[in-house]
Design a protein around this ligand. Structure first.
Ligand SMILES: [Zn+2]
Length: 370
């Protein structure tokens, strides 16, 4: 049994340590020291700290628990000290209290709880492992965070991402594709347009064509990928036909309509063979979806019910590390706290929910069959 006061104290200690994205060194060390003092196997990857129970083989079947230690910056709207944890009416106030140090505190104590049982030995015997990762740079989707280290786990079966979901199960998250659309023409004086080819006119035609295709396909689809023009560039002079025109489109993709599919369809639909349509690889994120029928969700629903929480699944709409979980692994977002509190001045979290979250995480560690 874990004492609720210990979870609360750990959360308070973490709130006291400033940990804005890319400045997670201190909190990462603090967590590493606390976990190794409880005789857990601890590793570091830059400012990510992780601890494993069970098998230490690289190919161990692994259940991941991931949450983030970085916070956004504080703003002038804060009327209390963001780094002084304060408890009032059962809530803890402070920067990151809700997003996502509450999840970290609950996961740490869940791991310590199951570490004091015969579970580590059972896991080791079957070449299975449970790894908790306190990740950096989630708020900026940085390469020094979870996405940059996930490859070192060769056999991830499932992942639970701790973010404020009010203990609902987020089982999908959209991906992203940033698409550069370039049309080509030939410059000429605008009084003699027959001597040139207007790239801007071609771009307008291409975009008109793409958006009528998009509207036709997704007219009645409530789960359509979004598609928005965010940048338009062409021309420099009022009397000159532009030789090139560029539109950048931002699409929030779904598991069904991936960025790759949208790019391929656009390429088929284009009106001019010399129009270039390219996805920006560095911005590309693949959507994640784990069906209700997956063993992870079935197990988590049962464990939530046993903990007195109504099990609900929903589409998670904020950002999280879920999209960096490998495509062949099951993944959900589940954590204490309310997403409305995230990134807000005087952020706070309901402490009872943090304590319930620890029980739920412990339950998943014990009850999910790898
Ligand atoms: Zn978060």
């Amino acid at each position: 049994m874990v004492n609720g006061l210990e979870i609360q104290n750990l959360l308070g200690q973490m709130v006291e340590i400033p940990s804005e994205s890319t400045h997670e060194e201190r909190i990462s060390e603090f967590l590493g020291d606390s976990l190794s003092s409880k005789s857990l196997r601890v590793g570091h990857h830059r400012f990510n700290t992780y601890a494993t129970i069970g098998s230490n083989q690289l190919d161990a079947a692994t259940l991941l628990f991931v949450s983030h230690i970085d916070t956004v910056a504080t703003t002038p709207s804060w009327t209390i000290d963001p780094y002084k944890p304060t408890i009032k009416d059962g809530r803890m106030y402070g920067l990151g209290s809700n997003d996502a140090k509450a999840s970290i505190a609950a996961m740490v104590h869940a791991l310590l709880d199951v570490n004091n049982s015969d579970l580590p030995e059972q896991l080791a015997r079957k070449n299975q492992a449970i790894t908790f990762i306190a990740a950096a740079e989630e708020e900026i989707a940085g390469w020094n965070g979870f996405r940059g280290m996930v490859d070192q786990f060769q056999n991830i079966k499932a992942a639970v991402i701790g973010e404020p979901t009010s203990l609902r199960i987020g089982n999908s998250q959209r991906g992203r594709e940033v698409i550069d659309f370039t049309t080509h023409g030939r410059s000429s004086h605008s009084s003699r347009p027959y001597e040139g080819v207007n790239a801007a006119t071609k771009l307008v035609e291409e975009l008109g064509n793409i958006f009528s295709w998009y509207q036709e396909l997704f007219a009645d689809n409530t789960d359509a990928p979004t598609l928005e023009v965010t940048i338009l560039k062409s021309g420099e002079k009022t009397n000159q036909l532009p030789y090139e025109a560029l539109a950048t489109l931002d699409s929030r993709t779904t598991a069904q309509f991936s960025g790759a599919l949208i790019l391929a369809t656009m390429d088929q639909q284009k009106l001019y063979p010399d129009t270039n349509i390219v996805g920006r690889e560095q911005n590309s994120v693949v959507a994640k979806f784990t069906p209700e029928s997956s063993p992870l969700i079935i197990a988590v629903k049962r464990i939530l019910e046993e903990s007195g929480v109504n099990p609900v699944t929903y589409a998670y709409t904020a950002a999280s590390d879920l999209v960096f979980v490998p495509s062949d692994a099951q993944g959900i977002v589940l954590g204490p706290g309310d997403s409305n509190q995230s990134h807000q001045a005087n952020e706070s979290v309901n402490l009872n929910q943090v304590i319930t979250a620890q029980k739920v995480y412990s339950g998943i560690m014990r009850g999910f069959k790898l």
